[in-house]
Design a protein around this ligand. Sequence first.
Ligand code: AMP
Length: 419
Amino acid sequence: MEYSAPRGTQDITPDESGIWQYLEATVRETMARCGYGEIRTPIFEHTEVFERGVGTTTDIVEKEMYTFRDRGDRSITLRPEGTAPVIRAYVEHRMAARPQPAKMYYIGPMFRYERPQAGRFRQFHQFGMEVVGVPGPAADAEVIATPLEVFRALGIRDVVVNLNSIGCPVCRGAYREALRQVYQPVLAELCPSCQGRYDRNPLRLLDCKSEQCRASVPEPPPIFGYLCPECASHFAELRLLLDGLGIEYVINSRLVRGLDYYTRTTFEYNVGGIGSQDAIGGGGRYDGLVEQFGGQSVPGVGVACGMERCVLAMKAEADDSRFARGITVYLVSLGDAARAKAFELAFDLRAHGISADFDMIGRGLKAQMRYADKLSARYVAIIGDDELERGAVALKDMASGSQQDVPIAQLATQLLNNR
Ligand code: AMP
């Protein structure tokens, strides 16, 4: 019986993990440079955290959560997203009493019961950032701009930023009514999901992807005419800040995103060359969320980016060789005595901080050389009886092909000097 990983999950094998490590290192380095501290929340939470945080009318809560009862009969959910847990932690750890803003980032797996396809999984990974405690648009601008820095460092080009404001509870009421008026005459022709959205969450009517709805609905009015003065000026200031950074964006008045907690700013990044699932990240402002979790009224804004999609885009655009693992030196040994020496020498080189590997199988010279090539070894050090007697190795530079004798006692120093 051969098992496969569950549908919608994937193994990241050693052949693949180099690109992931490069991505993670780039995220960590960028976040540290921008003043964000890492937060690690549990992989599972009480189900209420997501019901309350993400919203009961969202696709995530209605149909995508991995929820189960544990042995203590508690309802537990594998986290489908990162913001609700971070805000739960912000309130639990009284972070509002610390210097504000709280700037946090996370990297880790998320779980959603979705229909798997290219770029869409049931276990996937996100990196995300949250700024809590800033009402003004500087935080929105930083949260939009920082992942763009990550994408640039990864070699992902041509990212399109879509930007919208969905207002606040004050102005959204009037807009909801306006939307209902537009959709009411065609209600019977809408897809079943939208028929439910019409009553419960009419804003979500805007981002329905079904052909049926696209064909039957007249173009709804953009929200901008309905924004209250505060929301309108927040949006205008955000645009000025982005313009100042030279960030181009497309105003997309249909961009409401799938989570209930957003207020004012919503945004999404799209990238070409990775198939139909081309949203590589997105986020928005969530000024009411901390209060929903029993904290004071503290504003927040955040973003989450899909790492599988980043990897797809990195592969599509960038030279793969920089993600290869590679080692500095492979020790080729011929004969039992030489193999024993190679074993010791490998550990000695490693203790000097040099990545080294050696033949464990007792293969012949050619097979060992082929293996060294597969490992992308920069050097091969050959040890046979001859070399043992002279206390030296034949050190071969794999790129140039040049070879020289190096005394074993000097091998570490020489390899360190060659770096
Ligand atoms: P969301 O948390 O829904 O705002 O999604 C943020 C980003 O996470 C998206 O733009 C995608 O890049 C990524 N993402 C969301 N769901 C999935 C999934 N099921 N599989 C892979 N990536 C996903």
